[in-house]
Design a binder for this molecule. Structure first.
Ligand SMILES: [Zn+2]
Length: 244
């Protein structure tokens, strides 16, 4: 694993030197922690702050919705872990917009946000809430009724708690296929977020946005990812996450 990561980092760093791009990107994490860690996928607040400093040094603007082809970053967190609520002070202090993709059936479970936490977060001007399905299944494995339920129930629950429109979804484990995209659009998710790395817009599926995972990136690797160093991994993710 360590060797695999080393190879991956070398590819990302080398590729960033060649690309050196400033295309807008979505980056994603799972949680942030200071004292209490709610998931192995969590990023320390110290590292998170370092990432934000790199974004600002490279002159990217942090936004909720990417509207420009270049120089914007959107930040999201998947699953709805509790660390974001406990460490909301740092989001307020840094004044950065973030989106949380929440799995609606995980609310009130150990380590996850409670419905009350979510209600409070939804009122924070820096926070947008969106859907990550109802139970986090691999969507392409579902029959049509279950797929409809996962997409619709999550939207309804989150809209009723947050009192805002839920119109984006991110695919659990990045998995999707053409019928998932079609059903998501029908249910009212205008944008669907994948885990395909690279610039924001996917030339392959117009409603599907690319995102780069950065939760364990060192400062150097993070800088390389912002410069497009992980674009090359798109094909690897595509092969593993898009179901034909
Ligand atoms: Zn997830």
């Amino acid at each position: 694993m360590a060797l695999k990561n080393k190879i991956k980092n070398t590819i990302i760093n080398l590729s960033a030197r060649i690309k050196n791009s400033d295309y807008s990107k979505c980056i994603f994490y799972h949680d942030i922690h200071s004292n209490n860690r709610f998931t192995d996928m969590s990023t320390s607040v110290d590292m998170f702050v370092k990432h934000i400093n790199v974004i600002r040094e490279l002159d990217f603007e942090i936004v909720h919705e990417i509207t420009k082809e270049k120089n914007q970053i959107s930040i999201s967190f998947d699953d709805g872990f509790k660390g974001l609520y406990e460490n909301i002070g740092i989001i307020n202090q840094l004044e950065i917009p973030v989106t949380i993709f929440v799995v609606s059936s995980f609310l009130d479970r150990d380590n996850f946000l409670s419905a009350n936490n979510l209600k409070e977060l939804a009122k924070n001007k820096f926070i947008k809430i969106q859907s990550h399905t109802h139970t986090h299944p691999e969507l392409p494995t579902l029959d049509s009724d279950s797929l409809q339920m996962e997409l619709k129930k999550s939207k309804e629950i989150l809209e009723s708690i947050c009192e805002t429109e839920i119109n984006s979804i991110c695919f659990p484990c990045g998995m999707f296929d053409k019928s998932v995209i079609k059903k998501a659009l029908e249910v009212g998710y205008d944008k669907q977020f994948s885990s395909l790395s690279g610039p924001y817009c996917s030339e392959v599926f117009p409603s599907v946005k690319r995102r780069s995972i950065v939760q364990f990136a060192s400062e150097k690797e993070f800088k390389s990812i912002l410069k497009g160093g992980d674009n090359i991994l798109y094909y690897w993710y595509y092969k593993n996450e898009f179901v034909r």
